[in-house]
Design a protein around this ligand. Sequence first.
Ligand SMILES: CC(=O)N[C@H](C=O)[C@@H](O)[C@H](O)[C@H](O)CO
Ligand SMILES: CC(=O)C(=O)O
Length: 298
Amino acid sequence: MAKRNGKNIKGIISALLVPFDEEGRVNEAGLRQIIRHNIDEMKVDGLYVGGSTGENFLIETDVKKQIFDIAKDESKDDIHLIAQVGGMNVYEAIELGQYATELGYDAISAVTPFYYKFSFAEVKEYYQDIVNAVDNDLIIYSIPVLTGIEMGLKEFEELFALDNIIGVKFTAADFYLLERLRHSFPDVLIYSGFDEMLFPAAIYEVDGAIGSTYNVNGIRARGILEAVKDNDLAKARQLQKESNDLIEAILANGLYPTLKRLLQLEGCDEGPFLSRKPMASITDEQLEEAKRIHEELL
Ligand SMILES: CC(=O)N[C@H](C=O)[C@@H](O)[C@H](O)[C@H](O)CO
Ligand SMILES: CC(=O)C(=O)O
């Protein structure tokens, strides 16, 4: 029986990074350190497990389950857990959704299916199939720049009308659509998906933010949400500026390898922090730059 805690998930949620070893296996000790770093140092409200940031589309179903297990075991009930289960295989999405629900995940999330140019009718049926089969709350993951699936107000309205769909991780720079969604669906949970645009998203009263850089920049991000709530826009803008100096440098140096290196420099030091092939692991030059980023921008 699902706990149905989805509606409580607000605030800063890190998209969990996963360190791999030379053979592409999960470095469990390192992963546990990253989870602890998020909880103890970044003070995050939750973790988004199995996202792009976790290199999730590069790994096997049983490894996805292993990562869900480790995240639950390490974080217990201290924070909210969202399991990203979506992909191009709806049967796998259902299997993973049921698995994470059994483990006690507060909600599941599913990216829109990608690669083939699916029609909206196909996308809707995909979500319908998942919520029919999984007894949990579901957060849509919309990231058109990577999936090619663009949805407007009408499409979101149809999806939000499905039972158990409670929110959307909105990873787009379309602030017009964001405003229309917020205004039209005051009870739907909306999470900002681009960390570099958290401040403007917060002005439109998103419920929280889900992103990769919160693994290392969670404190500033929380500061942005709080400053906007307190109507201190100058402070929020300053924190976004500092965050974006950091994010710009991270993106230029390679997003996931640099984030993993920054975590190592923050003391998550157990075992290899490699990427899953075909994603490249960090080079010596990138290591040097990560050191500079750590010293000057974090
Ligand atoms: C593809 C990807 O990683 N997207 C993340 C969330 O959706 C973001 O957190 C970005 O990584 C971040 O905003 C940097 O661009
Ligand atoms: C939220 C994000 O970065 C992800 O898909 O992992």
